[in-house]
Design a binder for this molecule. Sequence first.
Ligand SMILES: C[S@@+](CC[C@H](N)C(=O)[O-])C[C@H]1O[C@@H](n2cnc3c(N)ncnc32)[C@H](O)[C@@H]1O
Length: 291
Amino acid sequence: MRLLRPLLRRKPLPLSRLHSTASNTPPTPTPTPTPTPTSNTTHFGFKTVREDEKESLVGQVFGNVASSYDLMNDVMSGGVHRLWKDHFIRTLAPGPTTKLLDVAGGTGDIAFRFLDYISATHPNPSPHVTLLDINPAMLAVGQQRAQQLGHTNIAFTEGNAERLEGIEDASVDAYTIAFGIRNCTHVDRVLREAYRVLKPGGRFMCLEFGSVENPVVARMYDLYSFHLIPTMGGLIANDRESYQYLVESIRKFPPQPVFADMIKEAGFKVVGKGWEDLTFGVAAIHSGFKL
Ligand SMILES: C[S@@+](CC[C@H](N)C(=O)[O-])C[C@H]1O[C@@H](n2cnc3c(N)ncnc32)[C@H](O)[C@@H]1O
């Protein structure tokens, strides 16, 4: 892991030019079942790829979309992602000295809200936030935004959620990961690392897309996401395929009860069922404590 240096933006590459062992890519609203990945393969959206390929494929996606990422979030969600993120930080309710590690922090939405929340609720705060992300292009946009917003106290760090090198055991009060974990190859390793770096009493919080149970809402959501989102990605970000991946990756992520079990398996204690659905389960906040 290394502290971020200013980086040149990479030239976007269409994902169609990337090699993968694709098994199928259904353009239909209802995802077609795909073969269960074997021990050496995993999913990249609805494609099955080698485990060692996924990280660079995901890297291409976020390298391609970084400059339009924030605009696309607003357009795709009609601004609702802002409400989810506000609620996420209110649920965390950080104190004046909370030390946060925001993993897969991207362009900074969680870190900025964390700092804004603390300055609005405490007179003399001294929070500390490290924003870690694997993608230099996303980090570069985050740094630019931090400068514009006057947030000078964020440590932007390039690193992998699966191997938090340089972050000591039991060193942070809170660990957040928003819309990042589904992009990781080994979710279990991410959770183990989160557990390792949290102090006893520390809190793990994850904001991620979920499964919608209501059949009517689920149908509308499928139509919207499989038809409109890739089209908008094509028009606004000039990259339909990256947004096709983003939509597919949501459907491949475990539903809320399964993910909650993974969090418990990593050692976290959860309160109640362990998650809160947002907007019919389109997104969910998962939470666990290291006791
Ligand atoms: C959808 S963005 C979320 C960004 C931000 N947290 C937000 O809520 O807007 C997902 C982020 O996860 C990052 N990411 C993907 N795989 C990662 C990994 N293995 N380790 C760290 N970050 C990763 C991507 O680079 C990208 O910035």
